[in-house]
Write a protein that binds this ligand. Structure first.
Ligand SMILES: Cc1cc2nc3c(=O)[nH]c(=O)nc-3n(C[C@H](O)[C@H](O)[C@H](O)COP(=O)(O)O)c2cc1C
Length: 347
């Protein structure tokens, strides 16, 4: 099978472009715009309630006939660790004082949810053509439920070992996420970031190791980048950062400002905002606490204590406490319609 047929087989799209699912910054509007242009639109569900998931999918099905990718995290929810939480809040105490926040009033509850039976119910209702997972895969039982909907299942690998693991568990396609990528690293077999390779190095190694189609992600921001990914053997490119300024996103004003500034040239992996390494524009809290800090609670609990600081700072137009997710190549970011960007990426 040629690469074009493999693309059709796994993604069902005309163009070799996946709009990366980006939890927290986009919903149905971006996915619809990309799907209506011939790329694969994605709906990220990690931060949606089950009701929101239903209404977003209903909106998508009403507005496009194109195939759609629905994306989930599949982390294991950790037990809260009181000692670490206390240590973490002590580190943040000077900031609470600076912004006049009463630390005793901070409510618990992490906003990022793993894939569940309730989410599988929604998939059975809407039958998206593609379902993708970040941080490994759900249990065999939940995987069987997704497979039974006839969806193509795509997993994300950041190493050759993870790609092998995903293929052995029956995925239909693999996103090879290079080190350049914005947002959370999908790493799940090891938490050693020194094992993470760049897109140019990772994609051909995974392509030669697995039989299923590979999708390249990380640092791809224009048609030349997409072409390069295809030349390395990928069937498609998954692009995130370049879409962040499109009018169909919900990217916050502070995030937009940072993406449009020279600050976007300096990104780093940080665990401060969620507990897991993710790439974002270096800002005040990353500089002052160190981008990777051992006191940050386990994923996704770290976000709770930072939430009020983020809210307060953002209300003052300050992005110093916000996750400004961004890959190492923000040059593709433009305030243009997502459909137009998709066509430009496809060349
Ligand atoms: C703002 C943002 C949010 C993201 N959220 C998700 C997500 O919810 N699920 C997921 O699988 N990947 C997520 N990612 C990672 C993307 O799927 C993809 O790997 C990455 O955007 C590719 O690199 P690029 O940003 O350089 O294009 C996110 C990336 C960004 C920039």
């Amino acid at each position: 099978m040629g690469n074009r047929d493999r693309l059709q087989d796994v993604l069902g799209t005309r163009l070799p472009i996946i709009q990366a699912p980006m939890a927290g910054v986009q919903g149905s509007a971006l996915a619809i715009a990309v799907a209506n242009t011939g790329g694969l639109g994605s709906l990220p569900c990690a931060m949606l309630t089950i009701e929101d998931m239903r209404s977003e999918l209903a909106a998508i099905r009403a507005a496009t006939r194109g195939p759609i990718n629905v994306n989930f995290f599949c982390h294991v929810q950790p037990e809260p660790d009181a000692r670490r939480e206390t240590e973490w809040r002590a580190l943040l105490a000077p900031y609470y004082e600076e912004f006049g926040i009463d630390s005793a009033s901070i409510a618990g509850g992490a906003a990022r949810r793993p894939f569940s039976d309730e989410a599988a119910d929604v998939l059975e209702e809407f039958r998206p053509e593609v379902v993708s997972f970040h941080f490994g895969l759900p249990s065999d039982r939940l995987m069987a439920r997704v497979k039974a909907t006839a969806a193509k299942i795509v997993g994300c690998a950041t190493t050759v070992e993870e790609a092998r693991w995903l293929e052995q568990r029956g995925v239909d396609g693999i996103v090879a996420q290079g080190f350049e990528a914005g947002g959370h690293r999908g790493m799940f077999l090891s938490d050693d970031v020194t094992m993470q390779a760049g897109t140019l190095a990772l994609v051909p190694q995974i392509v030669s190791e697995v039989k299923v189609p590979v999708i390249a992600a990380g640092g791809i921001a224009d048609a030349a980048g997409v072409k390069a990914a295809l030349a390395l053997g990928a069937v498609a490119a998954q692009v995130g950062t370049a879409y962040l300024l499109c009018p169909e996103t919900k990217t916050s004003p502070v995030h937009r400002t940072a993406l449009k500034s020279d600050a976007a040239r300096h990104t780093a992996l940080t665990n401060l905002f969620s507990g897991r390494p993710a790439r974002g524009i270096v800002n005040r809290v990353m500089r002052e606490l160190g981008a990777m800090n051992k006191s940050a609670p386990a994923f996704p609990l770290a976000s709770t204590a930072l939430a009020p600081l983020r809210k307060k700072a953002e209300s003052l137009g300050d992005g110093g406490f916000s996750p400004l997710w961004c890959g190492q190549n923000a040059t593709g970011c433009a305030e243009i319609a997502a459909g137009e960007l998709t066509r430009m990426l496809a060349g």
